[in-house]
Design a binder for this molecule. Structure first.
Ligand code: BTN
Length: 242
């Protein structure tokens, strides 16, 4: 494994598409000029203040249909790292990292499939807010390590701690994947707590998360009907107004 640090680049996820990077390699950017987020969004991060990097994982021991386990392992590594700084983080389905109802970290995972329905190569992109205190106003509910603890941290130190946590969770993924699923559920934001959700057609409803399937679908019990419905990413959105 090797770590490559760039002063400036468009997007570390885009850079990692280059096949010269293999398992365990990480590409870190002090500044991204075209950082990418989920749902085609932009990822905005002040130069030098935060951690923006991508990591290549080769998890060919996982079937493509088990890819959500990998996403769970990454989210748990973030929770582990933040716990080491005294921050109690939770995972907002599918893999945003939240502290006190605010987003501290976004994760963008891109898979290449291999032969026989297995995963070949995965790019894990992580944007962790470390020392930034002011954010652009269109970013809905951001926070950072410094805002939570009052202490600035060296981004290299945070990278080192997080890299180790990622290695530990990758090992667990290989040896005890079922425990990844149960650890993830224990850290899930709003599990068994009534919340407001919106569907893609704009309809809002009150419901309660009851479970997440190993394949990643969110199971939400609708308050009005008592029926438990299953949702894929992009099929449901949290409304943060409780
Ligand atoms: C999200 O929208 O929540 C996901 C954000 C992921 C951002 C990280 S920053 C490093 C890596 N490179 C990118 O272009 N995006 C990811």
């Amino acid at each position: 494994m090797a770590v490559f640090v760039f002063k400036q680049m468009a997007s570390t996820n885009a850079e990692c598409k280059n096949p010269c990077y293999s398992h365990g390699d990480a590409v870190v950017a002090v500044e991204q000029t075209a950082g990418r987020g989920q749902r085609g969004n932009v990822w905005s991060s002040k130069a030098g203040e935060n951690l923006t990097f991508s990591l290549v994982w080769e998890a060919d021991f996982l079937a493509a249909k088990e890819q959500f386990l990998l996403s769970e392992a990454v989210a748990l590594a973030l929770v582990d790292t933040l716990a080491g700084y005294g921050i109690e983080a939770e995972i907002k389905w599918p893999n945003d990292i939240y502290v006190d109802h605010r987003k501290i970290c976004g994760i963008l995972i891109e898979h290449d499939l291999g032969i026989a329905g297995r995963l070949a190569r995965t790019i894990v992109g992580i944007g962790l807010n470390v020392n930034q205190t002011e954010f652009e106003e269109w970013i809905p509910n951001p926070t950072s390590i410094v805002l939570q603890t009052g202490e600035r941290k060296g981004t290299n130190d945070v990278f080192g701690d997080l890299y180790e946590a990622l290695e530990r969770r990758f090992e667990q993924l290989k040896t005890a994947p079922q425990s990844i699923q149960s650890d993830y559920l224990r850290k899930l934001y709003r599990l068994n707590k009534p919340s407001t959700y919106a569907l893609p057609d704009g309809k809002k409803f009150r419901g309660t998360i009851r479970d997440v399937r190993p394949t990643g679908e969110l199971l939400v019990e609708h308050e009005e009907s008592g029926i438990v419905c299953s949702y894929l990413f992009k099929e449901i959105e949290f409304i943060l107004n409780f």
